[in-house]
Each structure stands twice: as structure tokens, then as C-alpha cells.
Write a protein that binds this ligand. Sequence first.
Ligand SMILES: *[C@@H]1O[C@H](CO)[C@@H](O)[C@H](O)[C@H]1NC(C)=O
Ligand SMILES: *[C@@H]1O[C@H](CO)[C@@H](O)[C@H](O)[C@H]1NC(C)=O
Ligand SMILES: *[C@@H]1O[C@H](CO)[C@@H](O)[C@H](O)[C@H]1NC(C)=O
Length: 982
Amino acid sequence: MNFSVSKHQVTFFLLFHLHCLLIISSSSTTACLEDDSISLLQLKNDFSCVESASIDYKPPHPRMVSWDVGSDCCSWDGVTCDGVTGEVIGLDLSCSGLRGSLTSNSNLFNLSHLQRLNIAFNHFNLSNIPPEFGRFANLTHLNLSATWFSGPVPSEISYLSKLVSLDLSINEPLRLETPTMQMIVQNLTQVREVFLDYINMSFVTLNTLVNLSSSVTTLSLVYCGLRGEFPETIFYLPKLQFLNLMLNDDLYGYLPKSDWSGPLELLVLSFTSFSGELPDSIGNLKSLMVLELGSCHFSGSIPASLGSLKQLTRLDLSYTNWTGMIPDVFENLSNLEYVSASSSNFSGMLPSSIFNLSKLYWLDLSQNQLKGSLPNQICGLSNLIRLDLSYNLFSGTIPSCLYGLPSLLWFSLSFNITACNNIYGSIPPSVFELENLQNLHLPSNNLSGIVDLNMFSKLKNLRGLDLSNNHLSVITSKTSNTTWPQFYRLGLASCNIRELPGFLKTQNQLGFLSLPHNRIHGEVPKWLMGVGMQYLDLSYNFLTKVSELSSNLQYLDLSFNVLHQPLPLPPPSMYMLLISSNKLTREISPLICNVTNFQIIDLSNNSLSGMIPQCLGNFSSELSVLNLGMNRLRGSIPGIFTQGNKLRNLNLNGNQLEGPLPRSLSTCKMLEVLDLGNNQINDSFPPWLETLPKLHVLVLRSNRFHGFIGEPEGISPFSSLRIIDLSHNDFTGNLPTKYFAHFQAMMKVDEVKEDVKYMGELYYHDSVVLTMKGNEFSLVRILNIFTTIDLSSNRFEGQIPELIGNLGSLLMLNFSHNSLTGQIPSSLGNLINLESLDLSSNKLDGGIPDQLTSLTFLEAMNLSYNQLAGPIPHGKQFSTFDNDSFIGNLGLCGLPLSEKCSSELAPQPPPPSSISYDNKDSASIFDWKFAMMGFGCGLVFGLSMGYIVFATGKPQWLVGMAEKGQRKRLTRRNQRLVRRRN
Ligand SMILES: *[C@@H]1O[C@H](CO)[C@@H](O)[C@H](O)[C@H]1NC(C)=O
Ligand SMILES: *[C@@H]1O[C@H](CO)[C@@H](O)[C@H](O)[C@H]1NC(C)=O
Ligand SMILES: *[C@@H]1O[C@H](CO)[C@@H](O)[C@H](O)[C@H]1NC(C)=O
């Protein structure tokens, strides 16, 4: 056991290194040489001057305090002398609080007989490592870890040809270059331990490592910025025991396929780009205790030979690309104490053999695709401390034998819910037998029944409890004077709670309290603010009033209550304030601008009136979201956005704002969402917004915008724009063809699906209200691939430009209610993703191009009230459109209209120009289309997260779409992405 603990320290090499061990190392009997004594005293002197310069600096371990003139230097703390000659051969000044530059003329370099030198964990002020280190000809151990040296490692280090242990780690400003590395590798023929973690080796050619001494036992290169292919020969070093390469993203390589054996005990490659298969030969590494390959690019199946690694105590195969089931070989790992297979792609049933690993104390199978019920055997793992089965597809009930796991501290079974698999049933009473339990996480399953919260008062060590989002009814009835555990985190969302649990009054360590989606009525009691939590979520209740907010609060969500009062004054610590959808009245006090940490303010959908405080544009440099939509705000938009602001989402939709757009909006370089729809803004089109590089959503609908939309001013206008809604204004002239030519974001058909994600941030999802297919609904979450153009209800005239067919990722196109003339361009047939097309109420003539029949995703089309003529094309989607799509065109004939066609054909528009598309895409398009919908049992997270929430029910077309995509899944990576974001 002791042994494995020390290995853990190697794994977390920081622990291994970061210890400032208080070892008194002087133990010799000989008297010290006078020269050495003088040098040491001068060295002390060098640093004590600097030390006293910073008065408040307390050295953690001032070894030098014991050094004074009167005594034998061999007895001084940190000093070791040779037993025979009396020469100082060892100096340990680690963690001595030394501060200041270490220069070439330091007295340190007079101690020429040194064999061991450790000055780790001091602060040498970013000075360079003096080349004089090369003078210690007999040095065997050099430790300069965490010393705040900078610049290049001097090549003189390579003179230390007797070096056995070299530690330069944790000096990020330090640089190791190829020539020096080459010399070190060549000259240090006896070196056994090499620690170069956290220094910059990004310029080192990795091939130089090939000549590393065959004596090397430890090579630790964590987070060195290594680039390129790792030489396979290193794996064959005959004495190598510890190899840690983690956190080198650009390092790739493969594990040896054959003849791989040796004394390797620790192999950590997590967070690198190693790929290929995990070879059978790994089974030859009989000494392996720690194997961590998480977050690499390995693929294939896990070799059965892993089962012969009898010494294994830690196994991390997370976030990789393994396929297949977890092999039964785990059965053989009788010493296995830790299995982390979280976030890999393991699927299938959990092999029962895993429960034979009776020494297992850490079982982490989270974030896989594991299925099946949880058998009683799980309770045979009687040494388990941590059991994490979250984010899988487990089903059935929680085994009631849990009391068989008395050592359990941490149990998570969250998010095992899909339409097809879920954890159901009640919380077994045996949970309350787990006296040591500190954390119980069961949110987002299908658990049901009544839970008496008082039962949890038995678990005296409980610090975190989350029962959110099940079908539980949690009773919080008043009880006797039970003493409660002191919670840090309590999550009871959707638990049918009717009043705030009274025991909260006794809590004084509570940081997180989450009670949304309950039935709590009345005022927020004053005592609740006295508990002093930082995070408070009471959204979706029936709260009527909150008088004052605790000064500790950082995150407050009171959205969807019935607060009818002025906005409560947020404390200065706050960074997130969400009180949307209440009945807040009166004006927004300018005092809100005293909260200079604000990142997110959402006060939308209230009855706030008056002007927007002038300060709101620039009071917090961190402000990222300002949503004041759906209120009764008047006046103009404050025009004081300053350079360098971080505003990402500005939503003022649905107020009574007037005047022109403030030009200072163009300083909001981070702006992604600008929604100013449904106001009375009177201005011309703002071409000066075209330079905002990230602008993704531009909604100016229903205002008083007017005039021509001119030509772009720059070369890549609105290059990120995906949603543009200028409808219901008074724009005139031709359609802005030149802009269409530059909507680059709408042209990316083949976009890597991996990048599909929601717009917004961890705690805030951007939303926007759009009209699609005739219905208005709000996209509560905007997928970043959602693209739409709505220029309807203006006075645009002229033709629809052919090049609109280039916007291949468009989902919705609405040019209705304008005065457009000419023919429908056949290039519209290139918009292969189009789901909704509305060209109604214009003056379009000619025939309907046959090419439109190739739009297989088209669910809604409206061409009514134009001057179209000729036969309506047949086939594919067209058979699903009814009369309404075509009426008001006197010249159209054929089904679904009752007019029969004569043999005469209307003139066909010319075929589409050069633009081509590849049909093979259609299959993969489903992937992300389905991602957007998130319905159906195939998708784990769609249901639990609610991908799109509709203001007015789910439109039928969307449900239909979801059913079509039922068997499709997000790519695994996207799922992870979604999870991470949640
Ligand atoms: C280094 O070690 C050798 C052999 O032990 C010894 O002869 C020599 O004097 C030492 N050199 C120094 C500078 O201490
Ligand atoms: C190797 O070390 C010796 C001294 O020990 C030195 O003279 C020589 O220059 C070094 N060679 C390299 C390549 O650094
Ligand atoms: C996963 O493995 C497959 C097949 O070996 C490969 O095509 C894909 O690129 C891998 N994915 C990652 C993220 O490594």
C-alpha cells in the first residue's frame, strides 16, 4: 500500500515535486573547511540582503537561519560534508525563501566539491541559469525545480557528466533548445532521472531523445510543448520505470507493437495525440502499476493482454476512442484499485467480471455508453470509495444492497436517462446506511416516489446532495431538533417542494443551493439570505418578493417567478443576475452599475420602464450578456460602448426604444448576438456593423429602418453572420446582393460537424425569436450552425440574385411581402439544407424551377400570390405541399391546384451556374440536424437538456423531422462537447 501511494505521487508529479520536505540532512562528524564556511556565509549574506528588502516576505523554511560564524558548517541545516575530507559535498536549500537573482559571481560556485545540489522552490527573479553550474564536475544530483529561472538552459549543464538526476521542472519561462538537449543527451551518460516538466521544449527536435542514456529510469516531460513524433525507441529503454508525457497536445506517436517489455511501472500519456492501437505487447509490462491513456487518440479495442498486468492499480482510458465492450480481462487484475474508463467510447453491457475486483476503491465508468442494469454484485466491491457511473445508459433500479459498501464516500449515478434506458424506482433506504457518504449525486434520472428529506440528516458527513430532475416528491416537513449535516452543495430541482426546507437555517457552509422548478410560494424569507451562499437558483417557482440580497451572492437566478417589485439591488460581488420573466416594475436604477464584476444580466420579459441607464454600456469590463428584451423601456440606446468591451450578446428586443443606432456599437468586437427587433429605431441600414468579426445573429425586425442597403464597405462584411432578420421595416431598392456574396458563414456546407455547439456560455444560452415556416417561436438555444435570412415585409424590388444559391447552409429563406420581380432562380436548388422557403406576395413570374424538387429537407414552401405560371413540378417534397403553397398565381397549373395543365410548358429558367454539391453529404447532415432537434431515444442528451424549447409547442414539421432522424446520433465528440458545456 505504501508503495502504491508513492506511485500516485509520481503520477501527480506536482505532488511529487511540490513538497517542500523538511529534511534535516546534515549529519557528519568532521569539521568543515574554512573556505567552504566562508563561501556559505557569503551566500547567506547575498540573499539575506534581498530578503530584508521585501519586508512582508516570510521564507517558508529559512534553513540559513542556523548558519552562523561560531559553529561548524558541517552541522548547518542543509549542509552535508564528506566524512573524510570535510569538503561540503551536499547543499539543500530547497524551500528556503531565497529571493533575488542568482548570478555568475555567486559564492555558490565556490563550493566546487558539491555532489548534490538542491535549490528548488526559491525565487531567482527570472534571472538566467548561470553557466557556472557547469563547474560542479562531481555533481550527481541537481534540482532547480520551481526556481523562477528564465531564458535558455545553458549548454554548460552538459558538462555535468556524472549527473544521475537532473530536475529543471516547473520553470515555464525556461527554454531548452535542440543543441543543448543534444549535448545533455550525449554527455550525461549516467543520468537516471530526468524531470523537465513545465519548461518550454517546443523547439527541441524529438529525435535528439533517441540517444538518451540507457540508464534512464525516469523521464518526465509533462506540459513541455513537445511537438512531433515521439521516438518509439524510448519505450525500449531497458531500465525505464516512469514515463510521463501528459499534456503535450502536439506530441504524437504510437506504442510499440512488438517486443515491448521491461520494468515500466508508470506510463502516462494523457492529453497527448498518441494514436493507433493499444498493442497486445502491453501485456508484457508485468511491472505496470499506473496506466493512464485518457484523452488521446487511441482507437480499436482494448487488448485482452491487459489482464495480465497483475500489478495495475490505476487505469485511465477516458476520453479516447475505444470500441467494443469492456473486456472480461479486468477479472484478472486482482490488484486493480482504480479503473477510470470515463468518457471513452465503451459500449455494451458492463461485464460482471468487473465486480470481482474486490480491491477496487475507485471505479469511474462515467461518460460511456454502458448499458444494462446494475447488479447486486456491485455491492461486492466492498472497498469502493468512489463510484461514478454517471452519463451512461444504465437502466433499472439502484441496487438495495448498497449498505454493503460502508467505505463509500462518493456515489454518482447522474444522467442515466434516455427515452429507452433509465434508472427508475425509488431511492433505496439502504442509502441511509452509508454513514460515511459525503456526496450523493442522483440528478436527472427517472427516480420516483416520496423522499423524506429528514432521512438525510442521518448521514452526518454528507456535504453534497443532488436529487434534481427526477420524479421525486421531497417532503421537507418540520421536525424535531435533529442536527443536520453541514452541506456545501444541495440540489433539489424539480422535487415538488412547496416551501423552503427549514433546516437551511442551520446551514453555515452552504455554497450552492439549487431549487428551481418547485412550487415555492410567497416571499423569499430574509433568513435565506443570511445563509450566505454564493450560488442561488430559485427559478421557476412562485416567489412574489425578495427584499434584499445577501452580500455573498455571485450567481442569482430568480427567472420565471412572479416577483412584482422594483429590481432588488445586487451586491457588489455579483456576476450573474437572471431575473427574466417576472413582473419587475419601475426603472432600472443606475446603481446597478456599481457592480463592476457583472458578466451576465438578464432582466428580459418584465415590466421595467423608463430609460436604460446611461452607464449600462460601459460599467463592467467583463459584461458579456445584457438582455433587457421584452420590457417597456423607452428612449434611445445608450451610446457609450467603449473600446475593449466584452459584450457578446445585446438583446433589447421588444421595447419602445427610439432614435438611431449608436455608432459606438461598432466597438463591440466580441458581439455575437445583436437583437434590437420590435422597437421604433429609426435609422438606415448600419454597414458599420459589418466589421464585427463574430457577429452571428443580427435581428432588426419590426423597426423603422429605411432606405437602400448599399454596398459593403470592407472586403469581408458580416463574415460570421448566420441569422439575419431585417423583416418588417421599410427598406427599399434591390436586395443586398453584394452582401449575400460575402455571407461566408452561410456558405459552409461541409463544415466540420465537430464544431456544432450552442451559442452562449456555461450558464447562459443565447436565445432569439424567429419566424419560421409561418410560426413565431423562440430558439431558446441557438445551435451555431443555424442559418436563416428573413427580409420579408419590406419594399425590396428587382430580381432574386442567382448567387443566393451559394449560401449552401441556409435553413430558412424568407423574401415574402416585397415587390420582387423576375423568375425564381434555379440556383435555389443548390440550397440543399433548406427547410423553409417563402417567396410569397411578390411579383415573381415564370415557372417554378424543377431544381426545387431536389430540396429534400424542404418542409414548408410558400410561393403564393405571385405571377408564376406553368406546371407545378412533381415528386419528392413537392408532393407534400398543398394548395396554400401555390394559390394566387393565376398561371400555375397541375396538382395540388385544381387547374389542369395544357401541354404548353412555361419557359424554364437557365440551369444553375457552376455551383455543385455532393449528395453524399445528405446522410451526415442528418447528424447535426438531429442534434438540433434532440428528440428520440437515440440521443442521450437531447431529452435531458432540452435542445430547443418552443414558446408555443413543437411545430409538427419539427417533430416529423426528429422522427426521421431517430437512429442518428451526434458524433461522440459533440455529445461530449454538449456535456462539457453543461
Ligand atoms: C571529484 O571526485 C574525484 C573522485 O572522487 C576526486 O578525485 C576529485 O578531487 C573530485 N573533484 C572535486 C572538484 O571535488
Ligand atoms: C562533456 O563534458 C566534458 C567535461 O566533463 C566537457 O569537456 C565536454 O565539452 C562535454 N561535451 C559536451 C558535448 O558537452
Ligand atoms: C476514432 O477512430 C476512428 C477509426 O479508427 C478514426 O477514424 C477517428 O478519427 C478517431 N477519432 C478520434 C477523435 O481520434
